[in-house]
Unconditional design. Structure first.
Length: 164
């Protein structure tokens, strides 16, 4: 069984469940995660799922597990109906180890929180975020903290737009 790039669901890599797309609820907020090596950008939709906005950043420490406790604070505060995890495909649209790692993290989050988790192709989200920051003016040096949440916002808005 194959799937189109960017789709998918929870489950361990290689599981049949990992190949089955998950439909996130169409009502309630969606929380998006743009997972990087050092930082995880967060974005949140409005309850009507029309607009995404930047929410914050979680920090990862090298060699440590995903900061699930820090994520739980956002989940408790915002009560999302589902989660969207960025899937870092190669430029050719192929899943490599980074994409498999994102799927593993998404599966673990779904398992620990009970929330549905879907995956979305995140190619070019960081580049779009960087371009937006440059267009706003000011140096990137002073705006690095904005890149990850803005990338997550781009990811989530793309997802919301395709569902309409």
């Amino acid at each position: 069984m194959t799937e189109r790039p960017g789709g998918g669901s929870t489950g361990a890599a290689g599981d049949e469940a990992a190949l089955t797309p998950v439909a996130l609820p169409r009502t309630g907020c969606i929380l998006a995660l743009d997972i990087g090596e050092k930082r995880i950008g967060l974005a949140l939709s409005d309850p009507d799922q029309r607009l995404a906005h930047p929410l914050g950043t979680l920090h990862r420490r090298a060699g440590r597990r995903f900061p699930l406790a820090a994520l739980r604070a956002y989940l408790k505060e915002h009560q999302p109906s589902g989660l969207l995890v960025g899937l870092p495909l190669t430029p050719e649209g192929v899943e490599d180890e980074r994409a498999r790692a994102a799927r593993r993290i998404g599966g673990r989050i779904a398992e620990k929180t009970g929330l549905p988790v879907a995956f979305q192709d995140e190619r070019m989200t960081t580049a779009r975020a960087l371009r937006a920051i440059r267009e706003l003016g000011g140096g990137l040096r002073n705006r690095k903290a904005d890149v990850d949440p803005l990338a997550a916002t781009t990811l989530l808005q793309s997802y919301l737009d395709t569902r309409r």
